[in-house]
Design a binder for this molecule. Sequence first.
Ligand code: IMP
Ligand code: MG
Length: 189
Amino acid sequence: MISAELLQRYAPLAVDVQEVLLTPEQIQQRVAELGQAVTRDYAGRNPLLVGVLKGVLFFMADLLRAIPIPVEVDFLAVASYSPETRSRGKVRLVKDLEADISGRHILFVEDVIDTGLTLNYLLSTLRARQPASLEVCVLFDKPEKRLINIPLKYKGFNLPDQFVVGYGLDHRERYRNLPFVGILKASAL
Ligand code: IMP
Ligand code: MG
């Protein structure tokens, strides 16, 4: 249950939320568990965590702090092409990684996966650079509209096929700063 106080504090944004799906505590608990799993699996491998700006900002920050071993972080930024190429998952890299990933253990950290087209495209791009390993850690999985099956080594939560905001997820750049995750009201879409 989300506290009335928190809802009140975030009222200017929360007014557009139809239903809270995950509280800050639930998110933190799950991210801590994911951090423990990554820590166990990547000990001694100096992994590079790669995220796509901007939605992954909160998840990446919390996940990194839940991994108490040597680890590096880098970011990509993408822009979708036109609506029809977008539906095929083609994206343009507007900011590439700074790191050379060949021979590195890469953990691709993503906030949400829906059709899987975006992630699939980015994974192929990274795979071509010949990392030693390439795995995926996703916080929110919306499996109902999946078009491409992508193995997800670490997964936080399954979500219904609804448009959600908060904890980094936006609608037209807003609501990222909500500390909980909720379904956006149709009237705000
Ligand atoms: P996919 O290519 O269909 O998997 O789309 C993934 C991208 O769509 C994510 O990286 C998000 O930017 C965006 N997205 C998908 N579902 C949601 C949502 O419920 N809220 C906010 N953004 C979403
Ligand atoms: Mg994203």
